[in-house]
Design a protein around this ligand. Structure first.
Ligand code: GAL
Length: 362
């Protein structure tokens, strides 16, 4: 039975579900128990985007009359598994999960299925299980295409300019989004690699050579430093494909330590993703060149609507049935559109859009 909400309402009567669920170690948010309780498992608080995601999902669920239990796995897959186990034990009515390791959740989602708890995969697709009901995300390939498009435009590749040196970075190998971002970017960049307008001096062009475990900025910094030391000598790098702001800033540090950004060594074009505050400030200061904004407020709203629909036995709105196969099934998805942001439009997209204030960016 999927409609646990109605069953719970009948069962709970005047009893506040909050009392039942009080001993839990997660953040209990929401006053009303009438709508039921939704467990939200987010990957980490180390990145500000996930904090905004968590808060937005909680706010949206609260506005619909639900309670929310928000947990962060701090980038440790085992912690996330036990957090989800706890949420199941506490009797949540639905789960919204942004996986840390997309393949580590199969067993715990068996438990969710056994308890009739629907699961929404948030931003990152959970793989290898039939026990995931819906997927909400952005068009992940389009994220990569926007990063590549930016590099192509800025270097004038379509006008035949080049050759330019580029280095490629990808995200965490255990995150399903990684290959979508990378494939989207390479789909547009590959012709220029083939024509030698773009040259990867490190020779590292395959996805498994360029991934960055847990999207870690320090790891990206280290790899950029060794590439500069080993493959560049007196040559200069003109562009860096970076899939995420936290990595872009690490890459930027490595470049600056190598003398880029001063004298006759201009910074390369560095892409990013998530429009995190530090990166938008960096863009404003002509350091990082670009980011891709995926408004977490919109993603959260779709997830909350989906959970609400599922628990009310309505069919959630989806706009894609094919693109996201998790190895067991094509997971019905709702995909939002990302936006490329650079110095020319950050004020319009991010400030006029109410995501940051002018003061935030000072
Ligand atoms: C991805 C997500 C990106 C970025 C990255 C690192 O899964 O889609 O937007 O946040 O994780 O956190």
């Amino acid at each position: 039975m999927r409609n646990r909400r109605a069953a719970l309402a009948a069962l709970a009567g005047a009893t506040s579900l909050a009392l039942v669920l009080s001993a839990c170690g997660s953040q209990d948010v929401g006053a009303s128990s009438e709508g039921g309780t939704i467990g939200i498992a987010m990957p980490t608080q180390a990145s500000e985007r996930w904090i905004i995601d968590g808060k937005s999902v909680v706010d949206d669920l609260k506005a619909k009359g639900y309670q929310a239990k928000l947990v962060y796995g701090e980038d440790d897959p085992a912690t996330q598994v036990s957090q989800i186990q706890n949420l199941i034990k506490q009797g949540v009515d639905a789960l919204i999960i942004a996986a840390i390791d997309n393949k580590s959740l199969n067993d715990v989602l068996e438990q969710a299925a056994a308890a009739d708890i629907p699961v929404i995969s948030y931003d990152r697709l959970i793989l290898g299980t039939e026990n995931v009901d819906y997927y909400v995300s952005f068009d992940n390939e389009q994220v990569g295409r926007l990063q590549a498009r930016y590099i192509i435009d800025q270097l004038g590749l379509e006008d035949g300019k080049g050759p330019f040196n580029i280095e490629l970075f990808a995200g965490s190998s255990d995150d399903n989004n990684t290959k979508y971002f990378f494939d989207g970017a390479m789909h547009l960049l590959q012709p220029y690699l083939d024509s030698d307008q773009l040259v990867v001096r490190s020779g590292q062009t395959a996805l498994d050579e360029v991934t960055t475990l847990r999207w870690d900025g320090a790891t990206a910094q280290k790899r950029m430093s060794s590439i500069l030391a080993e493959s560049y000598g007196s040559r200069q790098v003109d562009a860096v494909l970076s899939p995420y702001d936290g990595m872009s800033l690490g890459i930027l540090s490595a470049l600056k330590a190598d003398g880029y950004g001063s004298g006759d060594k201009p910074l390369p074009i560095i892409t990013g993703q998530d429009a995190e505050l530090a990166s938008v400030k960096s863009i404003k200061a002509d350091q990082q060149a670009q980011t891709v904004f995926k408004d977490p407020r919109l993603l959260a709203e779709v997830a909350a609507d989906m959970a609400d629909d599922i628990l009310n036995d309505k069919t959630p709105k989806i706009n894609n049935r094919r693109a996201y196969n998790n190895g067991i099934k094509a997971v019905p998805a709702y995909l939002l559109q990302p936006t490329s942001v650079d110095k020319t439009n950050y004020d319009y997209v991010l400030i006029a859009g109410g995501y940051y204030t002018d003061a935030d960016l000072k």
